[in-house]
Design a binder for this molecule. Structure first.
Ligand SMILES: Nc1ncnc2c1ncn2[C@@H]1O[C@H](COP(=O)(O)OP(=O)(O)OP(=O)(O)O)[C@@H](O)[C@H]1O
Ligand SMILES: [Mg+2]
Length: 499
C-alpha cells in the first residue's frame, strides 16, 4: 500500500480578522495528479502557498514523507522537496534554456561555470521529456507554451517530491496547454506527486487521478476522477446546479458601429479590415502570436498603426493614444492584467475610480460618495468576492482581480468594448456571469469584441468570429454554425476551411 507523500491536516489560515481556510485536509500520493478546484477566492492558492512555505498556517499540521513538515520559507520548502510553479513565469528571458533550468545550481569547474556539462545535463532532461529544444536557445525566443514547460523542468532540477501548479495553462491556447499537460503527466510517471489548480474542467478531467473541491475555505470532498462527473464537481464547487449555457446570440445585427479598414502595422499585422455592428459580439480567434492583441492595441491607440483607418459611428477617428480612444468611446481590457491595467497596491475602489474620475466628480473634485457607490454597484453586478471595496487588489484572488478590471471598463460605458481573454482565471460560475454581462452590454446598443484562446468560449459567446493567421485575416465564420475544427483550420492558415 502506497503512503501519501504530503499530508495537510486541518489547515487554518486568517488574513487579519478574516479566516480564509477553516481547517482543510488534503493528501497527495506519489505519482498522482491531484486536482484542486473551487470558485475564485475559495482558498486554493492560499492552501498551496502554505504547503510551499510562502505563507505560514495559523493552525493544523503537515507531514512530508511521514515526517513533520513546517517550512519557514519557499527556499526551505524547495530544499525539503516541495516546488510550486506559478502562473506568472519567473524565467530570465535573456538567459538560455539550460541556464534557466539550472539557475542557482549551475555545474562548475572550480569557480567557472562548466558550460559543456550544463548544456549536456539540460539536453538529457529535455530529451527525457521528448522536447526537441536546443538548451542554448534564449528563453525570449520560445513561445509561451514552451516557456511554461521550461518552468516545469526548472522545478524538477531540485529533485522534488511534490510539485504544485497554480493555473499553469490559463494563458495558453489548446495546443500549448496540451504540451504543458503532457509534461505534467510525465512528472507523475516519475513518482512525483502533482497538485494541479485549474478552472478548466476539461483539463482537470483529462489529467487528474483525484479531485479535491474547496468551497469558501472549507473542504467539500475528494474523489477519484473516474468516479465523478463534471456536473457533480461543478455542483460541489458552487453549491448549486449550473447550466453551462451561453447567453442567446443577437437576434438581428444593427448598424455598423466600428469600421476598421486596411489596418497595418509592419511586423505585427497586415491589411486588417472588418466591421463591428451595434448589438453584436464579434470574436477574434487564432493562435497565440497571430496578432489579435496587436490589432486591438492599435485600435485602442496603445500602439500606432502604420496605415489604415478606424471609424466609429461613421466618423473617422484620429487615435494617437489610449486617451484619444477612450474619449471617442472605445475601451480595451488588456490580457496582462498585472502589467497593463491594475494597481495592485491600491484598493478596489481606486482601481474602479481610475478611468471613471469624471463620473465620480462634481465641479472637478472626486466625491467619495460617488466613487464608493460606483465601486459597490459594479462589485455587486460582477459578484466580486472581497472583504470590502477598500481591500487592496494584491490581496484578492486572481479571478476577482480580473473582475475588478472588467468592472472599471464596463463602468466607463464605452460604445465599443474590446476585451482580451476576459475570463482568464475566472471560475465557471463567474464566467457565465461575465458572458451574460457582455451580452447585456452588447444588447443595449453597444458593440463588444472578444479575443479569446478558448474555442468553446468564442463559439458559444460570439455572433461572428474573425480568425487571424500570422497577422492577416484568414477567415470569418458565423458563431451559430462555427466548429472548433473550422476555427483551428483557419488559425493554421488554411483558407478553405472545412465545415
Ligand atoms: N495576502 C492576502 N491578504 C488578505 N487576504 C488574502 C490574501 N491572499 C488571499 N486573500 C484572500 O483569501 C481568500 C482566498 O484566496 P485565494 O487566492 O487562496 O483563492 P483562490 O481559490 O486561489 O482563487 P482564484 O481561483 O481566484 O485564484 C480570498 O478571499 C482572498 O481575498
Ligand atoms: Mg488562486
Amino acid at each position: 500500500m502506497n503512503h501519501p507523500v504530503l499530508v495537510l491536516n486541518v489547515i487554518r489560515k486568517s488574513f487579519g480578522e478574516v479566516e480564509v481556510l477553516h481547517g482543510v485536509d488534503l493528501d497527495v500520493m506519489p505519482g498522482e495528479v491531484h486536482a484542486l478546484v473551487g470558485e475564485n477566492g475559495a482558498g486554493k492558492s492560499t492552501l498551496m502557498k502554505i504547503a510551499a512555505g510562502i505563507h505560514a498556517s495559523d493552525g493544523g499540521s503537515m507531514t512530508l514523507m511521514g515526517r513533520p513538515y513546517a517550512p519557514n520559507s519557499p527556499l526551505d520548502a524547495d530544499h525539503m522537496g516541495i516546488g510550486m510553479v506559478h502562473q506568472e513565469l519567473s524565467l530570465a528571458p535573456d538567459l538560455s534554456v539550460a541556464e534557466n533550468i539550472f539557475a542557482g545550481r549551475l555545474p562548475t569547474n572550480g569557480c567557472f561555470v562548466n558550460w559543456q556539462e550544463l548544456n549536456s545535463q539540460a539536453s538529457r532532461l529535455l530529451a527525457d521529456f521528448g522536447l526537441s529544444i536546443d538548451p542554448r536557445t534564449p528563453i525570449s525566443s520560445l513561445s509561451i507554451g514552451y516557456r511554461q514547460v521550461i518552468e516545469v523542468l526548472k522545478a524538477l532540477a531540485s529533485d522534488p517530491k511534490v510539485i504544485i501548479f497554480d493555473e499553469p495553462t490559463s494563458s495558453l491556447e489548446a495546443r500549448e496547454a496540451t504540451l504543458v499537460l503532457d509534461t505534467i503527466r510525465k512528472l507523475a510517471a516519475k513518482s512525483i506527486g502533482v497538485v494541479y489548480i485549474s478552472h478548466r474542467m476539461d483539463e482537470v478531467f483529462r489529467i487528474s487521478d483525484r479531485i479535491t473541491v474547496l468551497r469558501d475555505g472549507s473542504l467539500v470532498g475528494t474523489w477519484n476522477a473516474a468516479d465523478v462527473s463534471r456536473e457533480s464537481v461543478v455542483h460541489a464547487m458552487i453549491g448549486r446546479e449550473m447550466t453551462e449555457l451561453y447567453p442567446d446570440k443577437a437576434s438581428a445585427a444593427g448598424d455598423v458601429l466600428l469600421k476598421v479598414e486596411g489596418l497595418t502595422r509592419t511586423g505585427a499585422f497586415r491589411d486588417v479590415s472588418f466591421v463591428l455592428r451595434k448589438g453584436e459580439i464579434l470574436g477574434f480567434s487564432g493562435l497565440v502570436g497571430a496578432g489579435r492583441t496587436e490589432v486591438m492595441r492599435a485600435i485602442f491607440g496603445a500602439d500606432i498603426a502604420d496605415s489604415g483607418a478606424i471609424y466609429l459611428g461613421g466618423v473617422l477617428l484620429d487615435i494617437r493614444s489610449a486617451k484619444d480612444a477612450v474619449d471617442a468611446g472605445i475601451a480595451y481590457l488588456p490580457e496582462e492584467r498585472k502589467a497593463q491595467g491594475l494597481f495592485m497596491e491600491r484598493s478596489i475602489e481606486d482601481n474602479i475610480l481610475c478611468g471613471n474620475i469624471g463620473r465620480c466628480s462634481r465641479r472637478g473634485i472626486v466625491r467619495s460618495v460617488l466613487s464608493r457607490s460606483l465601486a459597490l454597484e459594479m462589485c455587486g453586478r460582477l459578484s466580486v468576492k472581497a472583504k470590502s471595496i477598500e481591500q487592496e487588489l494584491q490581496n484578492l484572488s486572481g479571478g476577482n482581480q480580473q473582475k475588478v478590471l472588467l468592472a472599471r471598463w464596463l463602468a466607463m460605458k464605452p460604445k465599443a468594448l474590446i476585451v482580451d481573454e476576459p475570463t482568464r482565471g475566472v471560475d465557471v460560475g463567474a464566467k457565465g456571469e461575465i458572458h451574460r454581462m457582455l451580452r447585456e452590454y452588447a444588447s443595449a446598443g453597444n458593440g463588444v469584441i472578444v479575443v479569446s484562446s478558448e474555442m468553446p468560449e468564442i463559439i458559444g459567446l460570439c455572433d461572428r468570429i474573425i480568425v487571424l493567421h500570422e497577422g492577416c485575416i484568414s477567415g470569418e465564420v458565423e458563431g451559430a454554425t462555427a466548429s472548433e475544427a473550422q476555427l483551428a483550420s483557419l488559425a493554421f492558415g488554411n483558407h478553405s476551411a472545412p465545415h
